[in-house]
Design a protein around this ligand. Structure first.
Ligand code: MRU
Length: 330
């Protein structure tokens, strides 16, 4: 991805250290966090130094390699990483994949490098497939950040927008602010770096623009997609999907095969992470709510498959009912 410091990825490795753009500091400061131990990696995933399902998966792949190399053992490594954040499927795939590779005698860091490159390739393909949906002049709404930051490079929901823009199509993006963690600021940071025209809107402005006929398409990412095409994504996605259907706006979900979980029949079984209420009660550590007030903070919601026009994947674009048949297991 383009940054003021040149082309960068959000996660990479330097020898046996995991390097990550610290997403807690963006958009104001571009800092790199160095994780050297299993505990460091678990901290980074929990505290959202690294975030976004594919990027969490890649961090977990390197975290597994670090755990194995530092003598934590496969069992403890797997349990610690898998208990860091429960919803994003990629983390679970990645940990199992690296442990299996280690069991078959492969160097875990090299296995993690290959896992990372495969995910980046998948995102590149998502960009090419998804760009075919985007016509010149389209106005597209996105929620949260499903860009290069969330997937190491290219992005999932943002990948088609990047490709359409690079191909010379004029696009305009509505960027949901995305309370409570405000990941819309990360999306804006990426779009500014790419020169893609956009405006940040308060989450509750989305319906206003949809009803006014000013949104042509919605593209979001996903954290876990079940066999029937239900999917979990950042809290607030469900209401955007319902509003899109009400206003006859196509609603697409972009995700690599590592985000699909065909072991779950439907979204009812997806575990939804509850995060600290301070994320709602405070902004940048400053309390904005009355002392003594309490909050609820589900990090994700589940959108039923009937609201999804199509899944944009590395293998093509599929209707929810076709996804299992065409995608199989990753
Ligand atoms: O809590 P986060 O920021 O890790 O959640 C990420 C999302 O929900 C994103 O919207 C995304 O679609 C999944 S990552 C491409």
């Amino acid at each position: 991805m383009k940054t003021k410091k040149g082309e960068m990825r959000s996660v990479w490795r330097s020898k046996e250290t995991l390097m990550m753009i610290d997403q807690r500091r963006l958009p104001h400061s571009l800092e790199v966090f160095e994780a050297k131990t299993l505990e460091d990696v678990v901290f980074c995933i929990k505290e959202m130094v690294v975030r976004g399902a594919p990027a969490i998966g890649i961090a977990a792949a390197y975290g597994t390699a670090i755990g194995i190399a530092t003598g934590c053992g496969a069992g403890r490594t797997s349990t610690s990483l898998k208990s860091s954040r429960p919803t994003a499927m990629d983390l679970f795939h990645a940990v199992d994949h690296i442990i299996e590779s280690a069991r078959s005698g492969q160097n875990s860091f090299i296995a993690a490098d290959s896992y990372c490159e495969e995910v980046v390739d998948k995102c590149r393909s998502i960009g090419r497939h998804g760009a075919g949906l985007i016509r010149d002049g389209m106005r597209i709404l996105t929620h949260c950040n499903a860009g290069a930051l969330a997937s190491v490079d290219y992005g999932t929901a943002l990948a088609p927008l990047r490709v359409a823009h690079q191909d010379g199509r004029r696009i305009f993006v509505y960027v949901d602010e995305t309370r409570p963690r405000l990941q819309g600021a990360l999306t804006s940071w990426e779009l500014l770096n790419e020169g893609i025209e956009h405006r940040i809107i308060a989450d509750n402005a989305a319906g206003y623009y949809m009803r006014a006929g000013k949104v042509d398409m919605v593209i979001v990412g996903a954290d876990r997609i079940t066999a029937n095409g239900d999917f979990a994504n950042k809290i607030g996605t469900y209401e955007k999907a319902v509003l899109a259907k009400e206003n006859s706006i196509p609603f697409y979900v972009a995700a690599p095969s590592t985000t699909f979980d065909f072991s779950l029949a439907s979204g009812e079984s997806i575990e939804i992470e509850e995060r600290d209420e301070a994320e709602v009660l405070e902004i940048l550590g400053k309390r904005i709510t009355p002392n003594g007030a309490r909050a609820l903070n589900p990090a994700f919601d589940v959108t039923p498959a009937r609201y999804v026009t199509g899944f944009i994947t590395e293998k093509g674009i599929f209707k929810p009912e076709d996804v299992k048949r065409f995608l199989g297991s990753p």
